[in-house]
Design a protein around this ligand. Structure first.
Ligand SMILES: Cc1cc2nc3c(=O)[nH]c(=O)nc-3n(C[C@H](O)[C@H](O)[C@H](O)COP(=O)(O)OP(=O)(O)OC[C@H]3O[C@@H](n4cnc5c(N)ncnc54)[C@H](O)[C@@H]3O)c2cc1C
Length: 452
């Protein structure tokens, strides 16, 4: 073999970076190999005309597994906190929302429904109080015991048991699709409860002031202290011998090189891992699970440059309820001026199709997002330009989410010493970058034990 390492990590998304940095810090000779010409996958930054544009993740939560990894490897987790109160736009009006208590929106939703006469016939504010209490009580029970009453229901079905107030349904749908990339009528209720059990401790969300790539570079440096990190180097094959992962074949500088190692960690998603290791090496049950269970989620990411802020001054970070597609938007350069060139502003928006199972009709989704932008943020037309509108489709290399919560795979595979990390891997209650980091923590722990 031309190269010899303890561990080879394929892919430098959050999961791969965190696993690689943790293992390198623990003394294992680690190779991190990445097919693109930049690190970080959906947790990175590309520079365009002086704007630092995110490639996916934007809001990073403190106090979770992601920050824990940075602490353990001794890399600064530089994040500027969002204001504690964000806003939620419902029917054109912006309401304050505490990040750690989005349920306060039930009040607003119930008020709206009353003002439209929906509940007046049931007794006005009294009915509203009773309705709200029923929803909150049931919700509290769900969070205490996620697999209790609602386990076979979608979240929408679960909520229908307590209210058919469409505004309440739309509020929950926006929260769910905004963080989990699938709709309230698709997600099992239990998975949203799991997520809510973690949310309280994750109230502090923020944005990386120099772009995610700056954070990523710290983790890459940590890998390099005890190993190597290669860009433009796609793994072409995982070498499996007698049921055990023994190495990786990587394309590097125009030729294939062989790397031997004692454990392989793949951050490419469980489907791609199977392709790399060869489906013949997996049993039918596992292959069926990968085909049937894994469900990616789609998302549209829209980045707008402008010569003045386009979100309202009092509500620069918004959850948008009931729009065609747009669900979140935020003024990034107000919080982190370094993300835009002097005198310019950068805002982002995420939109989601109504169906998360099937590939998007991208042109149609773009039209819907543009219509939402025009309606909600008319200043963009005169003062801004869309810098990027990216479809992260269910079948693309870098989807909105690699798996809906509960539709993911365990980190272990039927092949000894071959593990998956990243967002397609199970970590109940976590989402996005924290989910990917949590899987890396677990796999790094297992690999350290196995390798000794
Ligand atoms: C629009 C959008 C908005 C988001 N917003 C947020 C947010 O605000 N907060 C949050 O926490 N999360 C957010 N997320 C989710 C977050 O980006 C992901 O959860 C996280 O980045 C996933 O990391 P991962 O470990 O799964 O790796 P990925 O990002 O999937 O990266 C995988 C890496 O593997 C590489 N690779 C693939 N095949 C090979 C190969 N054969 N050889 C070598 N390398 C290979 C790829 O090039 C890539 O770099 C968002 C995602 C999107 C798309």
């Amino acid at each position: 073999m031309e190269y010899d390492f303890d561990v080879a990590v394929i892919g430098s998304g959050v999961g791969g970076l965190c696993a690689g940095a943790l293992l390198a810090r623990r003394g294992y000779r680690t190779l991190l190999t990445e097919s693109l010409d930049r690190w970080g996958g959906r947790f990175s930054t590309v520079e365009e005309n002086g704007f630092l544009l995110p490639t996916g993740a934007i809001l990073l939560h403190r106090n979770g597994p992601l920050e824990a990894v940075f602490k353990e490897v001794g890399v600064e987790f530089e994040v500027v906190n969002l204001p504690k109160t964000l806003h939620c736009r419902i029917e054109g009006k912006d309401y304050p929302m505490r990040l750690n208590n989005p349920l306060s929106l039930i009040d607003v939703a119930a008020d709206l429904e009353i003002s439209r006469g929906g509940l007046v016939r049931l007794g006005g504010s009294l009915a509203r109080e009773i309705g709200k209490k029923r929803v909150l009580k049931a919700f509290g029970k769900g969070v205490e015991d996620p697999l209790g009453g609602g386990s076979n229901l979608t979240f929408r079905e679960w909520l229908m048991q307590y209210t058919d107030n469409e505004v309440v349904h739309k509020v929950f749908d926006a929260i769910i699709v905004g963080v989990l990339a699938c709709r309230s009528w698709e997600l099992p209720a239990s998975q949203f409860f799991y997520y809510m059990t973690r949310l309280g401790s994750l109230a502090d969300a923020g944005v990386a002031p120099k772009g995610n790539v700056r954070l990523v570079q710290g983790l890459v440096d940590a890998v390099r202290e005890k190993g190597e990190a290669w860009l433009n180097s796609p793994a072409r094959r995982i070498v499996v011998k007698r049921g055990s992962a023994r190495g990786v074949v990587v394309e590097r500088e125009g030729r294939e090189v062989e790397v031997s190692c004692r454990a392989v960690i793949s951050d490419t998603g469980p489907k791609r891992t199977v392709e790399l290791a060869g489906s013949d090496n997996f049993d039918d049950r596992y292959l069926r699970e990968v085909r049937m269970r894994l469900r990616a989620g789609p998302a549209m990411l829209i980045l707008v440059g402008s010569d003045r802020p386009v979100l309202p001054e009092g509500a620069p970070f918004l959850l948008i309820v009931g729009a065609r597609r747009l669900v979140v938007g935020g003024e990034l350069a107000i919080l982190c001026p370094g993300l835009a060139p002097p005198g310019k502003h950068l805002s982002y928006y995420c939109g989601y199709p109504l169906n998360s199972l099937l590939p998007m009709e991208v042109e149609w989704e773009e039209i819907q997002c543009r219509r939402d932008l025009e309606e909600h943020f008319p200043d963009i037309k005169e003062h801004g330009e869309i810098l990027r509108m990216e479809a992260h489709d269910v079948d693309s290399e870098l989807p909105g989410a690699r798996a809906w919560p509960g539709y993911d795979m365990p980190p272990e595979t039927p092949i000894r010493n071959l593990y998956n990390v990243g967002e397609g891997v199970r970590a109940p209650g976590w989402s996005g970058t924290n989910k990917a980091a949590q899987t890396a923590i677990e796999v790094a722990h297992t690999v350290s034990k196995v390798l000794g």
